[in-house]
Design a protein around this ligand. Structure first.
Ligand code: AMP
Length: 267
């Protein structure tokens, strides 16, 4: 990537309803092409046409840029949404999240985690022990920002994902986001399923598990989804917001592609 480096990000909404977002880091020569692609994406989202699209471009302080690697990737095969959620629950328990916290976060995502029963614009923060919600604004949550995949790593990842039939923007972007989240101080695990009605897959990510993808975590047509970041009790939430929203992170190494497997359901 050519220096200086810029963060370019897009948010599209209709009224209070978040429609789509995107995050990239790029040199000045790529910004016009990326901006055009982001506007096109905002206008073509299955959640509908936005009534506002914001694009922000800001130079990154290179002396503070952090370089990290992607987690390992595996898929856990499931035959139904119930089985998928049960397997995701098993993953969260393995990552040290209490059953109470994991179940209450899943219930919140399924019912729409924003106060009006819709999806949040960002992620919920959940105490990994008692399940308390810790984000400052329950409609906005925390937005993970200022991250991207370095070009060589992007090419390797595309090749590796291609080989397992998963080379799509959803997976690539979710991996980069999960990589940053797993490097955040205090985060023990992440749970995600999309709010895109056409996309039924989701994942659990944790340092001890890597990025574990479940092809069915919600029914097709459902437009409620979201993300939950589970925090070690006593985490400095203000510092965590600062890291997730402001720290620029470049992913320059891909993880391993682990064999697919099936997980035992939770007791
Ligand atoms: P997506 O994976 O883009 O379909 O997003 C699914 C949900 O994750 C959204 O409804 C948001 O609640 C949340 N989300 C999307 N992008 C971000 C982000 N950059 N930071 C935090 N949460 C996000």
């Amino acid at each position: 990537m050519k220096e200086p480096l810029f963060s370019i990000r897009m948010r599209a909404a209709r009224g209070d309803r978040h429609i789509s977002g995107a995050e990239r880091l790029a040199g000045a020569d790529c910004l016009d092409g990326l901006a055009a692609g982001m506007v096109k994406r905002a206008l073509g989202h299955p959640k509908g046409l936005p009534d506002s699209i914001s694009l922000t471009i800001e130079e990154i302080d290179l002396s503070r840029l952090m370089r990290i690697g992607l987690p390992d990737i595996r898929t856990v095969g499931v035959d139904s949404v119930a089985q998928g959620r049960n397997a995701a629950l098993a993953g969260l328990l393995r990552a040290g999240i209490s059953e109470q916290a994991a179940r209450s976060a899943m219930q919140a995502l399924a019912g729409g985690a924003a106060p009006n029963g819709e999806s949040m614009r960002g992620a919920m923060l959940v105490d990994a022990l008692d399940g308390r919600r810790l984000e400052f604004d329950a409609a906005r949550g925390v937005r993970v920002s200022r991250m991207d995949l370095e070009e060589r790593a992007a090419a390797v990842l595309a090749r590796e994902l291609q080989a397992i039939g998963l080379n799509n923007t959803h997976v690539q972007e979710a991996l980069v986001l999960a990589a940053k989240v797993l490097h955040a101080p205090g985060v023990l695990a992440e749970l995600c399923w999309s709010d895109d009605p056409d996309y039924t897959a989701g994942y659990v990510a944790a340092p001890c598990l890597g990025y574990v993808r479940f092809p069915l975590l919600k029914p097709r047509g459902e437009d409620r989804g979201g993300r939950a970041f589970f925090l070690a009790p006593g985490t400095d939430v203000t510092g965590l917001y600062r890291f997730l929203e402001k720290q620029a992170v470049l992913v320059d190494r891909v993880g391993r592609m682990l064999p697919d497997e099936r997980w035992r359901a939770c007791p």
